[in-house]
Design a protein around this ligand. Structure first.
Ligand code: NAD
Ligand code: IPM
Ligand code: MN
Length: 351
């Protein structure tokens, strides 16, 4: 019998618990049907807990996740009752930075022609993946405010780019292209306006590219990338970019997939405990109404299963999600009439 895989589950805030409940059901059902030894441990970190006892992401839980788990499934964090979002950063960045999950892998795949928003394009025209740097850039929280609240106030957020950090995410993008038979990698930066930080990206990109002679290395400015994503996404296979740009272009990418309810992601350090979450946030206006689309989370569970060593199950879940869309067994945002839980029921009865 294989060793039991330990999965930590953090439902979080807003619609997080509703979509994660469906994700957990799917994960548990697959594990039971296939005899995969998977054990789930739930953690109640989020706004509710923070408001109750000021807990964000305690040391002992961080240690347990690092040392005793194989993967984390996270819903979303963000609650209007915590306007500074300090708990969300502590948990989300605690995982991304704390576990050194430097690859934020965000597939931009349109699964069904009905979901394609671009005129004269089909789902087949949108099939690429974004490798977003996930441990540095403007997200490191360095900087400060001076003379706050006065007419002379100054606000600074530092953009940190290290040779090691830039090289390893670009390397991961090329490795992915190589292992999946893709022929090009686009690197998106803003080196025309940010000659210090992004000249490093530009230089590293072509240095790393030399190790992958069969793969075309294409540099693109991030503003033009946004243009190409809408004008003709079929030219994109693998995109690598910095933390902030990766965040922004993957919400744009979600629109090409049928909306944020369809966009999955993994926060990965190859070979280490990694974290999986939908691209969307906690969508407070939808919370508690049984209307949130759980399919992004189901696709995310697929990525998690693949990470645990069961890539066939990712394919199975992707096919099932495509079928749910095809048969309109889905929520209103993607053209169906079912509630979140009913989508889960349908998935379970068709697994
Ligand atoms: P959001 O992703 O929560 O919502 C943006 C839009 O997408 C809204 O119209 C929402 O209704 C829709 N949407 C999102 N997920 C959906 C789903 N599953 N089904 C149907 N529609 C869906 O982004 P926001 O409104 O900018 O942020 C809300 C909160 O979430 C904020 O606190 C933000 O900081 C946080 N957030 C957290 C994460 C995360 O935990 N990884 C990611 C993004 C935003
Ligand atoms: C995401 C989110 C987060 C990010 C926020 C909540 C800090 O937008 O995961 O895409 O910017 O990384
Ligand atoms: Mn985002």
């Amino acid at each position: 019998m294989a060793e039991t895989k330990q999965v930590a589950v953090i439902p979080g805030d807003g619609i997080g618990p509703e979509v994660v409940a469906v994700g957990e059901r799917v994960l548990t059902a697959i594990a039971a049907a296939r005899g995969y030894p998977i054990e789930l441990t739930r953690y109640d970190f989020g706004a509710e807990r923070y408001l109750r006892d000021a807990t964000t992401f305690p040391e002992d839980a961080q240690r347990a996740i690092r040392e005793e788990h194989d993967a984390v499934l996270l819903g979303a964090l963000g609650d209007p009752r915590v306007p500074g979002l300090e708990h969300a950063r502590a948990i989300l960045f605690g995982l991304r930075f704390g576990l050194d999950l430097y690859c934020n892998v965000r597939p931009v795949v349109c699964l069904h022609d009905r979901l394609m928003p671009l005129r004269d394009r089909t789902a087949a025209d949108c099939d690429f993946v974004v490798f977003r740097e996930n441990t540095e850039g403007i997200y490191v929280g360095m900087g400060g405010q001076f003379k706050r609240g006065t007419p002379d106030e100054i606000a600074i957020s530092e953009d940190v780019n290290t040779r090691k950090g830039v090289e390893r995410i670009i390397g991961a993008a090329f490795e992915h292209a190589k292992s999946t038979g893709r022929r090009s990698v686009h690197m998106a930066d803003k080196s025309n306006a940010m000659p210090h930080a992004h000249e490093l990206w530009y230089r590293c990109f072509f240095e790393v590219a030399e190790e992958y002679p069969g793969i075309e290395a294409k540099h693109v400015y991030v503003d033009a990338l946004c243009y190409y994503m809408v004008q003709d996404p079929s030219q994109l296979e693998v995109v690598v970019t910095c933390n902030l740009f990766g965040d922004i272009v993957t919400d744009l990418g979600a629109a090409l997939q049928g909306g944020l309810g369809m966009a999955a992601s993994g926060n990965v350090h190859p070979g280490r405990v990694s974290m999986f979450e939908p691209v969307h946030g906690s969508a407070p206006p939808l919370a508690g109404k049984d209307v949130a689309n759980p399919l992004a989370t189901v696709l995310t569970v697929g990525m998690l299963l693949s990470h645990l060593g069961w890539p066939d199950e990712e394919k199975l879940l992707t096919d099932l999600v495509r079928r749910a869309i095809d048969e309109r067994k889905c929520t209103p945002d993607v053209g169906g009439e079912l509630g979140t839980r009913a989508v889960g029921d349908w998935l379970l009865s068709h697994l």
